[in-house]
Design a protein around this ligand. Structure first.
Ligand code: ADP
Ligand code: MG
Length: 335
């Protein structure tokens, strides 16, 4: 007989990952869905839908239902989740019947939002659904000893939000979530190019600029990049050269706000745990941890050691999957 599957879902604002206990990461796609507004049908999900952003006819709209870290549109989120679970099912075959699912929810999410996530997954036929908080999943996925009575500080910089959590003895001691992440950085780049050059660029281009020549640290080797957009005066396509120092200036303020969230959490830390942080430092995860110079800049600002998780884009999904083992252990113990 086939055993029931156990899967973990990282419901991220930018990317959704599904982790299976037996197969590892079985899905990793952008949290985007393209909808035909006339028929209300889902036209595409994930990578295929992200490819369409900024390029579709008027009746087809790519939507990011989790964009700001909240479930802006419950129906669309549920439809998107269903399509992804369908894909996972196909990949995993029969072993996906009545799975036990652990879903990671943003720490700032409300009871209503958490219930909405729970319902969307249950309605797909999951046998058990457990929700765990993002900082806990991120810390487990980053190999931190969350069960021990020591301060594990995790900073998860995602698309829509950045979350800072201190975890000790299996639980969240203190945490902070700000609605600033990679999306805000992209937005700042779009605004800068528009103001400085009178040129409009799309979200994808902005993200590429950020990844290529975006820096968190003012001291870096100057780089330039060729960027194409639409001239707002002539309406024609135009190519310009953009430098890393001007992008640094565009990102500076948002990065400062993430830094403030980290500072505030560290200041809220019980004194007994503060000593641990001085020794052990903090761990960065989420796609934003990959911004050039992030680690060195933060280490300089908060004066404690800063480490980057082994796999920043996957730690939450891996942690969610591993949490499953802990949950089933607890359940067995309770029987
Ligand atoms: P979420 O958990 O909210 O879905 P992720 O942890 O998947 O978010 O991170 C997505 C964000 O990370 C996006 O804003 C993306 O642009 C950003 N990102 C990914 N790779 C890099 C990189 N190399 N440099 C800077 N930002 C990056
Ligand atoms: Mg995330």
């Amino acid at each position: 007989m086939l055993s029931n599957a156990e899967i973990g879902i990282d419901l991220g604002t930018a990317n959704i990952l599904v982790y299976s206990k037996t197969k590892g990461i079985v899905l990793n796609e952008p949290s985007v869905v393209a909808i035909d507004i006339n028929s209300k049908n889902v036209v595409a999900v994930g990578a295929e839908a992200k490819e369409m952003v900024g390029k579709t006819p008027q009746n087809i709209v790519p939507i990011r239902p989790l964009k700001d870290g909240v479930i802006a549109d419950y129906d669309v989120t549920a439809q998107m989740l269903k399509e992804f679970l369908k894909k996972v099912s196909k990949k995993m075959g029969l072993s996906m019947r009545k799975p036990t699912v652990v879903v990671c929810t943003p720490s700032g999410s409300t009871t209503v939002e958490r219930r909405a996530i729970h319902n969307a997954v249950s309605s797909y036929g999951a046998k058990h659904v457990h929700l765990i908080e993002e900082p806990v999943a991120a810390a487990i996925g980053a190999d931190l000893p969350v069960d021990e009575p020591i301060a594990n500080v995790i900073v998860d910089i995602g698309g829509g939000t950045s979350e800072v959590g201190i975890i000790s003895f299996g639980g969240v001691v203190s945490c902070n979530s700000v609605r600033i992440g990679g999306d805000k950085l992209d937005e700042e780049i779009i605004q800068h190019i528009r103001k400085q050059y009178n040129i409009l660029i799309g979200e994808r281009t902005a993200e590429n600029i950020k990844i290529e020549i975006g820096y968190a640290h003012p001291d870096h080797k100057e780089e330039t990049m060729e960027v194409r957009g639409r001239d707002m005066v002539t309406g024609l396509p135009k190519t310009i050269n953009v430098s890393s120092s001007e992008i640094y200036n565009a990102l500076k303020e948002s990065l400062q706000q993430i830094l403030e969230a980290i500072r505030a959490t560290l200041e809220n830390c019980p004194p007994e745990l503060s000593g641990d942080i001085v020794d052990r430092g903090i761990v960065l995860t989420g796609g934003g941890a990959l911004l050039n110079g992030m680690k060195d800049w933060l280490a300089q600002e908060i004066i404690v050691p800063v480490h980057i998780a082994p796999n920043p884009l996957e730690s939450v999904a891996i942690g969610t999957g591993r949490a499953l083992k802990m949950i089933s252990k607890l359940q067995k113990a309770a029987k």
